[in-house]
Design a binder for this molecule. Structure first.
Ligand code: DX5
Ligand code: ZN
Length: 221
């Protein structure tokens, strides 16, 4: 069975109690902390930056922090998030002037690197940088907000991405982000994803452990 990872998006957490929320979701069995960075420029929303990432580390959070950059330009934020204790840093290729350079900056900073594909962004951006990515993240909603509905065309795109990754022979995680729920996670895994971001589907429930357990049961079925 694939090594599935569940990455709750803290976008749907209670920001007034963020440290506690992150501790609770990790105690409930989450693998990564998915950290959505929005700049009101590349995407129409404004969220959190490196200071908050650093604050989580200072609070004692040890789990991998999966930083999803929805910012333009990206390079300055890459440096700041490396300093702030990020573990994985992904960015949208349209937001970088020099994709290869941005990917190299991430790895040189000791983090795992990745590219994020919006629903209409072609996977061809991967062609010449397959050896420089540790993660491919497919957006299954248009980025900017939590709580949107999963776009079904993502399933075919996941199959294509899975094929490209397997053919490359590199060790690359395939993550999906947006509208993932207990009800569709099995179908998404069957299309090739191994890493699942879920914000509202986890944080809008009362019992995080019960929700994550249900997701894992779906993945094991
Ligand atoms: C959207 C963000 C997602 C979002 C997912 O731009 O990148 O991580 O928070 O939220 P849900 O799971 O509620 O769709
Ligand atoms: Zn995200």
């Amino acid at each position: 069975m694939a090594d599935f990872k569940i990455a709750p998006s803290i976008l749907s957490a209670d920001f007034a109690r963020l440290g506690e929320e992150v501790e609770n979701v990790l105690a409930a069995g989450a693998d990564y902390v998915h950290f959505d960075v929005m700049d009101n420029h590349y995407v129409p929303n404004l969220t959190i930056g490196p200071m908050v990432c650093k604050a989580l580390r200072n609070h004692g959070i040890k789990a991998p922090i999966d930083v999803h950059l929805m910012v333009k330009p990206v390079d300055r934020m890459i440096g700041d998030f490396i300093e702030a204790g990020a573990s994985i840093i992904t960015f949208h290729p349209e937001a970088s002037e020099h994709i290869d350079r941005s990917l190299q900056m991430i790895r040189e900073g000791g983090c795992k690197s990745g590219l994020v594909f919006n629903p209409a962004t072609p996977l061809s951006y991967l062609e010449y940088v397959m050896d420089k990515v540790d993660m491919v993240l497919l957006m299954s909603v248009n980025p900017g907000f939590g709580g949107q509905k999963f776009i079904p065309a993502t399933l075919d795109k996941l199959k294509q991405a899975r094929k490209l990754i397997d053919q490359s022979g590199y060790d690359i995680r395939l993550e999906v982000d947006g509208g993932v729920t207990v009800g569709n996670i099995a179908e998404i895994a069957a299309a090739g994803a191994d890493t699942f971001v879920a914000g509202s589907a986890i944080f809008n429930t009362n019992d995080y452990q019960a929700t994550i357990d249900k997701m894992r049961a779906e993945l094991a079925a």
